[in-house]
Design a protein around this ligand. Structure first.
Ligand code: NAD
Length: 391
């Protein structure tokens, strides 16, 4: 892989920042800087990975000329500001999903990205499971329907807590952009289908939650008995069901939940075509069921000797040697850093860009509008509402 000695800075060292760092180091990218709010923690962390710099303020990192790429791995409400600052400072950007907290912000980021000659990426890494790439070339007849969703259980109890629950950003949503947006991105990547209308029904199961006094790590277990807490009102959904009409006439449904006991992190899809169906889940990412009507069903196992070239480009191990979540980041970043090294930023991009991030936020905003007004809402309606709107 050609990378021209590109050097990275990772902003945010909670759950996902270290996952970015691990993947970058696996592909030989030098992470020379980390940024986080707590001075002791960030300097200790920088020492542990031999990073040259540690900062508590992103602006300090942005002054360093030897940093080429900024990875934005902080809570969603800071994405818009940090991406903007990074692009103005002349850096390439890999921003965690969702790109911003609403489509008004993401529209502006897309327009800034067109003015700067930089590579602007949004982190929909789950596309990079090899069988997800494989299915793209396997769909040979019209799609009738598409269904599935993304289920988790880590916010099931009243005392489960994350910054995601308390939206200071004004997004108005939680589970949908946090995990549902991965589903919408994956489905559109595989099928090329575009969402035209949505009809959403959202549930706030816990109308109040116990917010611990102190810092809570993502996916950590919270325990009221040992923690002081305050009772806070909750305004974002624990569960959502979304009916979908795609532009080609296909119909779909997506279920998103952070309160489904036992489902740790289950993204799944079923694609029903006129000839066969394709069914996959992230809980068993190395196998995919191909459903048949008139002959026995097939299971395809991730194996470079039988997959498409596109899938083989993002797999490193022989069949039977399982690949999983950390490998999605590895292959994703390989594609991004190779592209940056080539220096032709008009060339076709194989990875998710700010345009994809914006598309995803248009869907989120349509879902919120639909749930609030209890009606079908088109993506175009949301797009039209942004015309002439400035932040
Ligand atoms: N692609 C994926 O699979 C995936 C998985 C998890 C999270 N994410 C995304 O990653 C982002 C971070 O989520 P997380 O779970 O790692 O959160 P986290 O709470 O575990 O970590 C956030 C980190 O950012 C730091 N931070 C917070 N505010 C900051 C600020 N203003 N400036 C600098 N640092 C700040 C915190 O100290 C912490 O180190 C979110 O946007 C989330 O949606 C993506």
């Amino acid at each position: 892989m050609k990378t021209n000695n590109l050097q990275a800075c990772v902003v945010g060292i909670g759950l996902i920042g270290p996952i970015h760092i691990e993947a970058l180091r696996r592909i030989g990218i030098n992470v020379i800087a980390v940024v986080s709010r707590n001075e002791n923690k960030v300097s200790e962390f920088a020492r542990s990975i031999n990073a040259k710099y540690s900062f508590t303020n992103i602006n300090e990192a942005l002054k360093q000329e030897d940093i080429d790429v900024m990875h934005i791995c902080v809570p969603d409400e800071y994405h818009y500001e940090y991406v903007k600052l990074s692009l103005i400072a002349g850096k390439h950007v890999v921003c965690e999903k969702p790109l911003a907290v609403n489509s008004k912000q993401s529209k502006e980021l897309v327009s800034i990205s067109k003015e700067v000659n930089k590579v602007c990426v949004v982190c929909y890494n789950l596309r990079y499971y090899p069988l997800v790439h494989h299915v793209k070339s396997e769909i040979k007849s019209n799609i009738i329907a598409l269904h599935g969703g993304f289920l988790q259980d880590w916010l099931l109890y009243k005392n489960d807590w994350s910054w995601r629950i308390e939206q200071n950003s004004g997004s108005g949503l939680r589970a949908i952009p946090d995990i549902g947006s991965h589903w919408f991105d994956m489905v559109s990547f595989m099928t090329g289908l575009e969402v035209e209308y949505v009809f959403a029904d959202l549930l706030i199961h816990h109308k109040t939650r116990h917010k611990p006094k102190g810092i809570i790590k993502t996916f950590s277990k919270t325990d009221d008995a040992n923690k002081e807490y305050e009772e806070v009102n909750i305004k974002t959904e624990d569960f959502g069901s979304v009916l979908i009409r795609f532009k080609n006439g296909a119909k779909g449904v997506c279920i998103v939940s952070q309160v489904s006991a036992g489902r740790k992190c289950r993204l799944n899809f079923e694609i029903d075509t006129e000839e066969e169906s394709f069914s996959w889940t992230s809980e068993d990412p190395n196998n995919m069921l191909i459903g048949k009507r008139n002959e026995p069903n097939k299971i395809i196992t991730r194996d470079p000797s039988i997959m498409s070239n596109e899938a083989n480009n993002i797999t490193s191990y022989p069949g039977g040697h399982a690949e999983g979540y950390p490998d999605t980041f590895k292959h994703f970043f390989k594609a991004v850093y190779s592209y940056i090294s080539e220096n032709d930023y008009n060339a076709k991009k194989s990875f998710p860009t700010f345009e994809d991030g914006h598309k995803s936020l248009l869907i989120c905003d349509a879902i919120l509008k639909s749930a609030t007004e209890e009606r079908w809402v088109s993506i175009k309606e949301v797009e039209d509402s942004l015309e002439g709107d400035t932040l």
